[in-house]
Write a protein of this length. Structure first.
Ligand code: XMP
Length: 319
């Protein structure tokens, strides 16, 4: 029967004990887990921690700015912001295979991260926001460990390559507990309550080739969808909601002219750990409102569909 305040104090003592006077590097993804891990570790060891945010240009609307602002202004925690949009987009050019996209992004991320670690003279520890379900999922996932459904993007492989030990203070926690710890540490609600976001970002929500133009189109549609969800008071009832930009064009009519533009799919699921998920049952009127706004406000999209697939057999992300 422990409280989050006690958990915080215990973990801080453990981190100090483990790290000693070593240097720790922590990659921030923009998500809740890595942010909570970083803030907790910073409280324990201060400037022995270096946070690195690799901005791959595949973030949602305004997300990169929010991460930088949270760390630099709200917490005054030094943050290395690596602007790598061009590198990622050029590497993704012409690439349409989901696993190749994931592997390129994971590999490029590790290279950039390693380069930043070298700049600070190397690090003894790598901090990760690994949660309890991540520990479970890497051991057994639908079909057992021999079946790779998706190559998850994280910093796996880095510890050996860089000869580092792991600091994973959230390993015993579930998502709702991490959020509670985040609140205990004073993280703003916009961060704490945020839906999970995959490491490869929008690249896996754009089946087919990823381009800057398609990322921009998707960001706009996604922002409208999330805006409607927040306005309807549904954001916290949903595990994840996002738009997907399909590599399909269909014919439409706007005013008195023909359009020939992309289709956007909307997805929303409820879940407790991402391992299984149910479709969120919006009212038809709500979805119509989202579709109308997206087609009217986003140039490049002229049709909107809703994804009614639960997990399993679907996965949450489309790639
Ligand atoms: P799937 O699509 O496998 O996703 O049903 C389950 C949960 O994991 C997230 N996801 C990822 N998270 N790196 C991450 O950190 C990844 O490569 C990745 N791929 C999927 C997904 O958003 C969902 O919450």
């Amino acid at each position: 029967d422990w409280t989050m305040a006690e958990f915080r104090a215990t973990k801080i003592a453990e981190i100090r004990e483990q790290v000693g006077d070593g240097k720790v590097i922590c990659g921030l993804s923009g998500g809740v887990d890595s942010a909570v891990a970083a803030v907790l570790i910073h409280e324990a060891i201060g400037d022995q921690l270096t946070c690195v945010f690799v901005d791959h240009g595949l973030m949602r609307m305004n997300e990169a700015e929010q991460v930088v602002t949270l760390f630099r202004d709200h917490y005054n925690i030094p943050l290395v912001h690596v602007d790598a949009e061009e590198l990622f987009l050029s590497g993704l050019a012409g690439q349409t295979d989901p696993e190749k996209k994931r592997k390129f992004i994971g590999g490029a991320f590790i290279d950039l991260f390693e380069a930043e670690a070298k700049k600070i003279g190397g690090a003894d520890f790598l901090a990760q926001g690994t949660l309890y379900p991540d520990v479970i999922e890497s051991v057994s996932f639908t079909g057992g460990p021999s079946v790779t459904i998706k190559s998850h993007h994280n910093v796996g492989g880095l510890p050996e390559r860089m000869n580092m030990k792991l600091v994973e203070p959230l390993r015993e926690l579930f998502k709702d507990e991490v959020r509670e710890l985040g609140r205990e540490l004073g993280l703003p609600e916009i961060f704490v309550g945020r839906h999970p976001f995959p490491g490869p970002g929008l690249a896996i929500r754009i089946p087919g080739e990823v381009t800057k133009e398609r990322c921009d189109i998707l960001r706009k549609a996604d922002a409208i969808y999330l805006d409607e969800i927040r306005k309807a008071g549904l954001y916290d009832a949903i595990w994840q909601a996002f738009a997907v930009l399909l590599p399909v064009r269909t014919v439409g009519v706007m005013g008195d002219h023909r359009t020939y533009d992309s289709v956007c799919a909307l997805r929303a699921v409820t879940s407790t750990d991402g391992m299984t998920a149910d479709v969120y049952p919006f009212d038809a009127g709500f979805l119509t409102q989202c579709a109308t706004r997206i087609v009217n406000e986003v140039k490049g999209i002229n049709r909107v569909t809703y994804d009614y697939t639960s997990k399993p057999p679907g996965t949450i992300e489309w790639e």
